[in-house]
Structures are given as C-alpha cells and as structure tokens.
Design a protein around this ligand. Structure first.
Ligand SMILES: [Cu+2]
Length: 163
C-alpha cells in the first residue's frame, strides 16, 4: 500500500512538472513578440538552377557593416544560368533597372545607365562559384536585391530590411 502511495506521488510530481513546463513555453511567444526583430549582418544566399534565391528576406542593423556570402549552387553553365546579387537603393525603380541591365551583356548585365541605383553587387557567378562582398546600409528601410541575368529578377528578388 505504501509503495502504491509513493508511486502515485511520483506520477503526480512528473505530471505537474510537465504542466509547469508547458506553461512556461506558452508564455514565451508573447515575450518574444515585444522584443526587437532578430537581426544578423551576415547574409548567406544561394542561387539555384531553378532561378531562385534560397532566402529572400533578411533583417539587418543599419549603419553597421554587412557581410554577404553569395554562392551559385547550380550546375548549369554561366552563359545560360549565371547569377549575381545586386543590392539597390531604397528609391530605385527595380523594373527599369532590371530591364536595362538585362540588355547590358557586355558589362555582365549591369547597366551603366543606372549605376547610381546600386549599393553593392557581386560578380556574375557560374556554377559552384562564391563571392563575399561587404557593404553598409546607412539608413533604416527596405532595400531590394535582385539577380540581373536576363529574365531572372522577377523570381530572383528579395528584401533586406535595415532597422
Ligand atoms: Cu540569376
């Protein structure tokens, strides 16, 4: 009988511990929501053969250096499936920039006409190539990045939010 009582107490303790844990995990989201969004000034982006960036949304701290590591993770040749990352100024007309750049084959699909729209850019990379660039977003806001290889920007487009 005593053993049964002990066993029941044991079970009860486990159950109450378990429910305590549940309570603390359910409280967490409300605490997290009131905090500032998570930022990282290290951006890892891959471009793929299906014309996509693996990540398209980043939050960074403005006024601090950003390290962007870009890899063309595909296997298709540069001539048919090259990728780059071009970070544009806040006010840039993305479509105008992308359309002009798509015609600028001789300058690796970066148009000379809208050079002032560019904050940072990687080279046009072929399969398996990587490049790291560093830059700073001086003001808070949303900055678009695209791949300027012809026809890619509609799918290969993302936003860096600087806070
Ligand atoms: Cu591309």
């Amino acid at each position: 009988m005593k053993n049964l009582f002990l066993a029941l107490t044991f079970v009860f303790t486990i159950v109450s511990c378990g429910s305590d844990q549940k309570d603390s995990t359910t409280e967490k989201p409300s605490t997290t929501a009131s905090e500032a969004p998570k930022t990282s000034n290290v951006l890892d982006i891959k471009g793929t053969d299906d014309m996509k960036f693996d990540k398209t949304s980043f939050t960074v701290k403005s006024g601090e250096e950003i390290t962007l590591n870009f890899t063309n993770a595909g296997v298709l040749p540069l001539e048919t499936m090259g990728h780059n990352v071009v970070v544009l100024e806040k006010g840039a007309d993305v479509q105008t920039f992308a359309t002009a750049s798509a015609k600028a084959k001789e300058t690796n699909y970066i148009s000379d006409l809208y050079i002032t729209d560019i904050i940072a850019q990687t080279k046009l990379l072929g399969p398996g190539e990587s490049e790291t660039i560093k830059f700073t977003l001086k003001e808070p806001g949303e900055y678009t990045f695209i791949c300027t290889f012809p026809g890619h920007w509609i799918q290969m487009k993302g936003i860096i939010t600087a806070i």
